[in-house]
Design a protein around this ligand. Structure first.
Ligand code: ADP
Ligand code: ADP
Length: 233
């Protein structure tokens, strides 16, 4: 689904501000995988995500999605992204129900029917955050954890093949982090959605996901496949 082949990304190449963000990185993400990229600030995690959505081009090497170079104009037809800030993933002045219908890409015209996909409603209930109890509540009234859980459910309401998570629990307290991570796992397990998540939190990386890729200074220094219990550099 995603393949990075010997990718190097250099910002401001040839100037005094030249910065190598990724060095000769190769990575394959197969359909159905749950890959967590972990690394400290400045390790190159955001650059890696930007490559996949076409926001940054490789200075050297190739980044392919479905076997072809990334086409930034097409990627969001098959991929959804959830970012760190709970206020970025929901429309504050719309109700929970309106947010979900809008996210399903059926458009607000579908609102008059008031129907949310059963699978999506069940996913919302599974968070046990009480979001389903009053679907008419405005998103602005929700807690940070509730907003982020709603944002994750919204991200899969359009049935994406790929879910990109950009430090999506970094602003949450430990309890909400656990809830949102369990929701993330459930999406991968029950819907088969391929997930690529980035985090700076090693304990989250260790606890969740099938594959952990450790980035240090723009290089992959370890790849841990939990299902095979094999460690390789
Ligand atoms: P992370 O997400 O792991 O914190 P980034 O991918 O944001 O890492 O950054 C990797 C390195 O590239 C850092 O040293 C950062 O300062 C640098 N960098 C990131 N974006 C830019 C940019 N637009 N211009 C110049 N340097 C950048
Ligand atoms: P099509 O291109 O005919 O829509 P594909 O099976 O090639 O069908 O792709 C399915 C979806 O995956 C596309 O609609 C597009 O959103 C996304 N996609 C496929 N390849 C790429 C790519 N290289 N870059 C970005 N998005 C892609």
């Amino acid at each position: 689904m995603i393949e990075l082949e010997n990718v190097t990304v250099i910002y401001n190449k040839g100037t005094l501000d030249e910065k190598v963000a990724l060095r000769n990185v190769s990575l394959k993400v197969e359909p159905g995988e749950f890959v967590v990229i972990v690394g400290a600030n400045g390790a190159g995690k955001s650059t890696l995500l930007k490559l996949i959505v076409g926001g940054v081009k490789p200075t050297e090497g190739r980044c392919k999605v479905f076997g072809q170079d990334v086409k930034s104009e097409k990627i969001f037809k098959c991929a959804s992204i959830v970012c760190q800030d709970p206020d970025m993933g929901v429309f504050p002045n719309l109700s929970i129900e309106e947010n979900l219908i809008l996210a399903s890409k059926k458009g607000l015209r579908g609102l008059s029917f008031g129907r949310i996909d059963k699978k999506i409603l069940e996913l919302l209930i599974s968070t046990k955050m009480g979001l389903e109890q009053d679907l008419k509540r405005k998103a602005s009234k929700l807690s940070g954890g509730q907003k982020q859980a709603l944002a994750v459910v919204m991200a899969v309401a359009s049935n994406p093949k790929l879910l990109l998570l950009d430090e999506h629990t970094a602003a949450l307290d430990p309890k909400s982090t656990e809830t949102v991570m369990e929701l993330t796992e459930r999406i991968n397990r029950d819907f088969g959605t391929t997930i690529l998540m980035i985090t700076h939190d090693m304990s989250i990386a260790e606890q969740y996901g099938n594959t952990i890729v450790v980035l240090e200074n723009g290089k992959i220094v370890a790849r841990i496949d939990k299902r095979r219990e094999k460690v390789a550099a």
